[in-house]
Design a protein around this ligand. Structure first.
Ligand SMILES: [Zn+2]
Length: 172
């Protein structure tokens, strides 16, 4: 089932999400819904706070090439345990800030530890787009958005545009 995505500004996007204690069927269903919502948008990542659920859960799939096998990842309580000194710059966007993009500098490679849908501990290193995406999604669990990395002036401008788009969508 597709879930509505919150649009910035929204106080729920600024909150710190709570750790997941144990992975219930309800949470597994939620992760399925999040993947469906993400693919439909379309997007390459989605964090639970973006659909108003303040729990530490993200989904991502950065396989974008036509004909390549999708790789949906579901991460409960994801944590960055190592980050490279080397950085990379990507033009980021966000399903909660439609049509707005900004260049963000982040570590080029990160090692992430998480719990999968079956409650098993996983650890993997990510680079390129995957590294950027997983960091962007984990930021959401801290109430942090990609626009928090740009200048205050730029942030205000993006927020105004997002607010306008949100009002237009609410009007229908
Ligand atoms: Zn986002």
């Amino acid at each position: 089932m597709k879930r509505p995505i919150l649009i910035h500004p929204d106080p729920r996007l600024k909150k710190v999400a709570a750790p997941v204690e144990d992975i219930s069927d309800e949470l597994r269903k939620l992760s399925d819904d999040m993947l469906e919502t993400m693919y439909d948008a379309p997007g390459i990542g989605l964090a639970a706070p973006q659909i108003g659920i303040l729990q530490r859960l993200i989904v991502l799939d950065c396989v974008k090439e036509e004909g390549e096998t999708p790789r949906p990842l579901v991460m409960f309580n994801p944590e960055i345990v190592a980050a490279s000194d080397e950085t990379s710059v990507y033009e980021e966007g966000c399903l909660s800030i439609p049509e707005q993009y900004a260049e963000v500098t982040r570590p080029a490679e990160v090692t992430v530890r998480w719990m999968d849908r079956d409650g098993n501990a996983q650890e993997e290193s990510f680079d390129k787009l995957w590294a950027t995406c997983v960091q962007h999604e984990i930021d959401h669990l801290e109430g942090k958005l990609f626009i928090d990395y740009v200048s205050p002036m730029r942030r205000q401008m993006i927020t105004r545009k997002s607010q306008k788009l949100k009002r237009e969508r609410a009007r229908g």
